[in-house]
Design a protein around this ligand. Structure first.
Ligand SMILES: C[S@@+](CC[C@H](N)C(=O)[O-])C[C@H]1O[C@@H](n2cnc3c(N)ncnc32)[C@H](O)[C@@H]1O
Length: 248
């Protein structure tokens, strides 16, 4: 069964993103949407973190989000941004969309990536996709099967939100099972509440990904490494963004 973000994972989602100091993907999505006008669909639009500013900037894009909690956050923060509460796997629109965007690795949460690429092709002829590759997990930089500190955020009144992560790799099947442990601590450091979630993320080698895209009718129009961050040329590609065009 598909499960969206709930509890602390939903409530603290944006704060953890902000704490990460990662480049903002919104500008990359905006470039893609500006190349062809909508209507466009943003799959996994979450709290509206990227969707809201895109709508405010005049892009004709609507959100699709599985988690009711994320939809509530999005509608409260960006009432002008339309969001459909539904799983991508159940969603269909007569006539499809001009383009579909799936930033922030949401595609990797789908259990059946090949089938979803086919469905995406049926619903649109342009696709924006961002995928991450778990180099740190594969190289052993992050320990397997053991909790490690991930990120921490400051909450009102001196409280803290602490995120720890633990993962298992299934290299043969290209999946990474990641558990997150969210802990709310009061100003004295006492644990108030703890929640655990689990996600299975698919990852693809470069060769396997290109093959799957070609076989499902997608051509690569443009590729952006590491969200456009300047590197020295030898940096591994942790995050790959694709502009895809459906073959006629
Ligand atoms: C990694 S978060 C990204 C959120 C948002 N794109 C952002 O960058 O802030 C993934 C989001 O996709 C949603 N999601 C997961 N599976 C989904 C599905 N099958 N259909 C629609 N949304 C889904 C989750 O509930 C979550 O809000």
């Amino acid at each position: 069964m598909m499960k969206g973000y709930t509890g602390f994972e939903a409530e603290w989602h944006d704060l953890f993103w902000e704490a990460e100091d990662a480049p903002d993907e919104g500008a990359l999505v905006a470039d893609f949407l500006a190349a062809e006008p909508g209507p466009s669909l943003y799959v996994g639009s979450g709290s509206g973190r990227l969707l809201g500013p895109l709508v405010r900037a005049g892009h004709e894009v609507i959100g699709l989000e599985l988690s009711p909690e994320m939809v509530v956050l999005s509608r409260a923060r960006f009432p002008e941004a339309e969001v459909i509460e539904e799983a991508w796997q159940d969603h269909q629109r007569e006539g499809g969309y001009e383009s579909i965007v799936i930033p922030a690795f949401t595609f990797q949460l789908f259990p059946d990536p090949r089938r979803q690429l086919e469905r995406l092709r049926e619903q649109s002829k342009r696709l924006y996709l961002t995928l991450f590759f778990p180099w740190a997990e594969l190289s052993g930089d992050l320990p397997e099967n053991r909790w490690y500190p991930d990120r921490e955020i400051d909450l009102p009144g001196g409280a803290k939100g602490v995120l720890e992560t633990r993962h298992r790799l299934r290299e043969e099947s290209g999946s990474l099972v990641r558990k997150h442990r969210y802990t709310l601590k009061d100003a004295e450091g006492k644990v108030v509440r703890r929640e655990e979630t689990e996600q299975r993320l698919r990852f693809f080698t470069d060769v396997a990904l290109r093959k799957m895209l070609a076989e499902t009718g997608w051509q690569i129009e443009k590729e952006i490494s590491n969200l456009g961050e300047e590197g020295d040329g030898d940096d591994p590609v942790y995050v790959a963004t694709f502009w895809l065009i459906g073959e006629a």
